[in-house]
Design a protein. Structure first.
Length: 311
């Protein structure tokens, strides 16, 4: 790519929730993901020409200089993105605002790397180039990213993803509301992926059928969404959670939160993302207000995601 000494003044990216296919996606099975729109916005302004690029996102407690010898993971990831894009390494200040919690399984790192790529390449740069640049940074955070977070962060919408294959956009015929509930417990995606890999390598004949089932849930979930069969979709959520727990990626906090959500009327509830902490994903009734109230009464901060029908 041609080196650029300038950055775009503004760039945005989406967060994500995994609707179905956590962990099995790493092994070649499909996954279904939904975007959390307009989750991160970065603005770039000129700074002293002889000083390194400075990145600050107060909501994530990020305040770092992009120095070549840094050991800060966010700065290292940003440098990888800028290196891929031949972006400027000095003379700029980047500030971010976001509604996403970090380290919660909602694609915060991919949102960051996609937005950084768009600062370098332009907000309307080709999606393939943006995703590849994002993955350069994602490897710093996750070691072996599946790629789905970067695709959703760049594209938005509802996506069926298979590693190494072209992304399939799932058109929505009906509006779909989801509720994400952060546990407040941070976790490492790389650690959870490694945990599943260890269990898979020790007990492949046991773990493979679990991965088969998680992959099958993706196709059934797409069918349920296409037919607006939300009770069916909720039941699939409730099947997915114990399957993921069998891979040792749930926790007592996530189990308790899922039980509480179902007791409050959710059609279904499951962990979303890598697990171990992070968030759960709930499918509410037509009126999500009682579910919101019950979760808030327990001290949680639920977030509603409204996916609109495709135009």
């Amino acid at each position: 790519m041609t080196a650029s000494l300038t950055l775009s003044p503004r760039a945005t990216a989406c967060g994500k929730v995994i609707v179905a296919g956590e962990h099995s996606v790493v092994y070649g099975y499909p996954a279904l993901a939904a975007a959390i729109p307009s989750s991160l916005e970065l603005t770039a302004t000129r700074g002293p020409a002889d000083e390194p690029v400075h990145l600050r996102i107060d909501a994530w407690d990020i305040d770092v200089a992009l120095e070549p010898d840094t050991d800060h993971p966010v700065a290292r990831a940003a440098l990888e993105v800028f290196g891929y894009c031949d972006g400027p390494l000095r003379g700029w200040s980047i500030d971010g605002t976001t509604s996403l919690p970090s380290r919660a399984g909602l694609g915060s790192s991919a949102a960051l790397t996609v937005a950084l790529a768009r600062l370098c390449l332009g907000q309307d740069a080709p999606l393939g180039a943006v995703v590849e640049a994002s993955l350069a940074g994602e490897r710093v955070f996750h070691g072996e990213p599946s790629g789905i977070d970067s695709e959703v962060a760049a594209r938005g919408g509802l996506l069926r993803y298979v590693r190494g294959a072209e992304v399939e956009v799932i058109p929505l015929r009906h509006a779909l509301s989801l509720v994400v509930v952060p546990s407040g417990k941070p976790r490492s995606t790389a650690d959870q992926v490694a945990k599943v890999r260890t269990r898979h390598d020790r007990f492949p004949m046991v773990v493979r059928p679990v991965l088969d089932a998680l992959g099958a849930l993706v196709e059934r979930s797409i069918t349920a969404i296409e037919h607006n069969d939300l009770d069916h979709l909720g039941e699939l959520f409730n099947i997915a959670h114990p399957l993921l727990a069998s891979l040792d990626v749930s926790s007592w906090i996530l189990d308790e939160m899922c039980d509480a959500a179902r007791a409050a009327g959710a059609r279904g509830a499951k962990l979303t993302g890598a697990g171990g902490g992070g968030c759960i994903l709930c499918l509410p009734q037509d009126d999500p207000a009682p579910l919101f109230a019950a979760l808030q009464a327990r001290g949680h901060a639920p977030v509603r995601i409204d996916l609109e029908p495709s135009s």
